[in-house]
Design a protein around this ligand. Structure first.
Ligand code: SF4
Length: 260
């Protein structure tokens, strides 16, 4: 592929090994432009993790049209937030207007529920307030703005954390978040993406609540300067490392309760 370099990747997940040579743009890009590459790695990690669950006699119960998880707090990386905003902005006018109306309504409801500061400025919140954030968000009963007739309307472009959320418990468990049995992922591509360009002084993993991406954009800084694609991909793989853990202060997203 012209303008790309092939990067050899080897990841071991539950004894299964992913070996691939992944083409990455050689020139300067942002992590947003590398999303297709990160998705490919995530799908491989998920595939091997599901195989492991199946070896334990567990079967993924997620089905098209269930959507019970699409009322949960969905923390996305800033790079994904920028992508999702551009995705909406590029839609036909009527669809764009409808989605923006839904996002504005979501922001209003989260504001009314007193969750805005906890979602938008977690670093200003006491640790206890963050611990219950996922549950408090779920109690608002807010559908993801991208949900359409109980299906994800942006399925090929959905965030990494949505891909990683798979359960083997009955769908009704996701209706009230009791007894949910998730597929454990020993590597978390969604977290690795959130950590790209992370500063050593950071104590919280930076995320953006999906339902608030347009609110976040009002005060977000400029996108980090482009860097060579291989350098960003290398950072992603380092942050994906099997022993990399979320810091204890990281907000525990309802969609991803067990950061690896
Ligand atoms: S982006 Fe799609 S999969 Fe993710 S929460 Fe929204 S509707 Fe569900």
């Amino acid at each position: 592929m012209s303008g790309h370099v092939s990067i050899p990747v080897e990841l071991t997940v539950y004894g299964g090994t992913l070996r691939a040579s992944i083409p990455v743009p050689a020139g300067p890009v942002t992590a947003t432009e590398l999303l297709p590459v990160f998705r490919a790695v995530a799908e491989a990690v998920i595939h091997l993790s599901v195989k492991n669950a199946e070896r334990q006699g567990r079967t993924v119960s997620c089905r098209d049209g269930c959507a019970a998880c699409c009322r949960q707090f969905v923390p996305v990386a800033e790079f994904e937030a920028r992508f999702l905003i551009s995705l909406v902005e590029g839609m036909p006018p009527a669809r764009r207007a409808e989605l923006k109306r839904r996002f504005a309504e979501a922001a209003r409801r989260l504001d009314d529920a007193g969750l805005r500061d906890r979602l938008m400025a977690p670093e200003t919140q006491p640790r206890d307030a963050l611990k219950t954030l996922g549950l408090d968000y779920f109690r608002v009963g807010l559908d993801c703005p991208f949900l359409e007739n109980k299906s994800c309307s942006i399925h090929p472009d959905r965030p990494l954390v949505c891909r990683e959320y798979l359960v083997t418990s009955p769908a009704r468990a996701c209706d009230d978040l009791h007894g949910v049995e998730g597929v454990d992922l020993p590597l978390r591509p969604s977290l690795a993406l959130c950590r790209i360009d992370e500063q050593p002084s950071q104590t919280l993993v930076k995320t953006v609540p999906l339902a608030m991406i347009f609110e976040w954009a009002k005060s977000a800084g400029a996108c980090p300067a482009p860097r060579p694609g291989p350098a960003i991909f290398d950072e992603f793989l380092r942050r994906l490392g099997p022993h990399r853990q979320a810091p204890p202060d990281a907000p525990a997203p309802a969609m991803s309760p067990d950061p690896a």
